[in-house]
Design a protein. Structure first.
Length: 437
């Protein structure tokens, strides 16, 4: 029980009378009677409000998306014969931020009310949503009854699965380009798919003149991308992937993009697999297709976290060479900042050619870009010139590495973490359309 504001205000009267008693000792008995009466009323109110009057059931998704606000619903039920004004909050796991808590809701007599709040996890893994905490006034309003209602809801924080649902919705409306910010790229003229109305992104040679004459408007032929090809994601879980941008580590950005890419590839009929590594191979899934391909990747990677060790590229590529015999698009998510790691990475990636097609995905450090090219007038930028010079030198070294990789035949994608998902999907569609795989 917690004293309410009303009880505190009522208790001021005996205090004032006690001060008056210092000047007039005849006020002793009235003071004692008032104290006794107040204690009896407060005790009676506490006894009447002691029985728990609120019950809560929680509906939480079993899978939460990292970096997203995931909705949790609380159903409150009143057992009281009077209206209750209830404050409610929940225990949430570490590395999560809530919105909408604590919540204040009015419960009618023996009625129900619903509270919804958001949970935004910042780290993947298996967690629990904990107990409920509720507070409501006693019948006379002298106390606030506070209860801890035991509850446990097991949840798993996965990479951003909400973007997959958004893609599915766009796909049903035939608007995938709204997600990838590019027109749908189709394969060579080998597998006819359908006729459709011509649009400005189509090549002029795609026009079907017989269908155009029949329908009296421009009709284009559409061809399928080649199917049943293999993609293997190589995921660096080393120390460089611990860097954070927009509240997520570079590894989390890579996982989100990988999940979306796997979903797009699975819808297109391709097979996707995973090899995650740091000093050793942390997880491996052979390429597989079907509707559950992306779900397999999520389940295998949801508890992967970057570690403060150097990645062993040689061990990872050795495993890849031993297990992947079919020609495969190898998509490597990594980050390098020194000559030794860069030389080892370049040697291992070049070794994939010509059997496989490697695509190295590097995540730009937006803070270094901001230091090298500060935004604003010179007077407003308070940066040491040597710091800016060091940032510019690091960017120049990085661009040299990218040029060398491209010159050796390796595909490269250098992008800010926030732009990774659409850029990766666009590059994948370009590879399919150009029949590089």
């Amino acid at each position: 029980m917690i004293p309410s504001r009303l009880l505190v205000l009522i208790a001021v009267a005996p205090v004032a009378l006690g001060l008056a008693f210092l000047a007039d000792d005849t006020l002793l008995w009235p003071l004692l009677l008032i104290d006794l009466g107040l204690a009896l009323v407060a005790g009676l109110d506490a006894a009447l409000g002691w029985r728990p009057l609120v019950r809560i059931t929680r509906e939480a998704p079993e899978v939460l998306s990292i970096g997203r606000s995931n909705v949790v619903t609380l159903e409150l039920t009143s057992r009281a014969k009077r209206r209750l004004v209830v404050e409610v909050t929940d225990d949430v796991f570490e590395n999560a931020v809530t919105t909408g808590l604590p919540a204040r809701v009015e419960l009618p007599a023996r009625g129900r009310a619903t509270v919804r709040y958001g949970v935004r996890p910042a780290r993947r893994g298996a967690y629990e949503l904990g107990d409920h905490h509720v507070r409501y006034p006693t019948p006379l309003g002298l106390w606030q009854r506070q209860l801890r209602l035991p509850a446990r809801s097991r949840v798993k924080v996965y990479p951003d699965v909400q973007q997959v649902r958004a893609y599915d919705l766009l796909a049903r409306q035939d608007r995938e380009h709204a997600m990838t910010r590019t027109a749908r790229l189709r394969g060579g003229e080998s597998e006819f798919e359908r006729l459709r109305e011509y649009n400005q992104d189509d090549e002029f040679r795609a026009v079907d003149w017989k269908a155009t004459a029949r329908h009296r408007k421009l009709i284009a032929r559409e061809y399928q991308l080649e199917r049943n090809q293999s993609l293997m994601f190589l995921l660096d879980c080393g120390r460089q992937m611990t860097a954070e941008t927009v509240g997520l580590s570079h590894l989390d950005h890579a996982l989100n993009a990988m999940l979306m890419m796997a979903h797009v590839a699975g819808r297109g009929g391709d097979h996707v697999g995973l090899l995650a590594f740091d000093q050793a191979v942390r997880a491996y899934l052979p390429p597989a297709g079907g509707a559950r391909a992306s779900q397999r990747l999520v389940q295998a990677s949801y508890d992967l976290h970057p570690s403060l060790v150097e990645p062993d590229y040689a061990a990872a590529f050795e495993q890849l060479a031993r297990r992947c015999r079919k020609r495969t698009l190898v998509i490597l998510f990594t980050q390098v900042v020194d000559d030794v790691s860069a030389a080892e990475l370049a040697r291992q990636v070049r070794g994939l050619l010509p059997r496989h097609l490697p695509l190295c995905v590097f995540l730009r450090d937006v803070d270094i870009d901001r230091i090298a090219e500060p935004v604003g007038p010179p007077a407003a930028v308070d940066l040491d010139v040597y710091l800016r010079g060091a940032a510019a030198e690091l960017i120049a070294w990085r661009e040299k590495l990218l040029r060398e990789l491209k010159a050796s035949g390796v595909l490269v994608l250098d992008v800010a973490p926030g732009d990774l998902t659409p850029a990766l999907i666009r590059r994948y569609l370009e590879i399919k359309a150009r029949q590089l795989l």
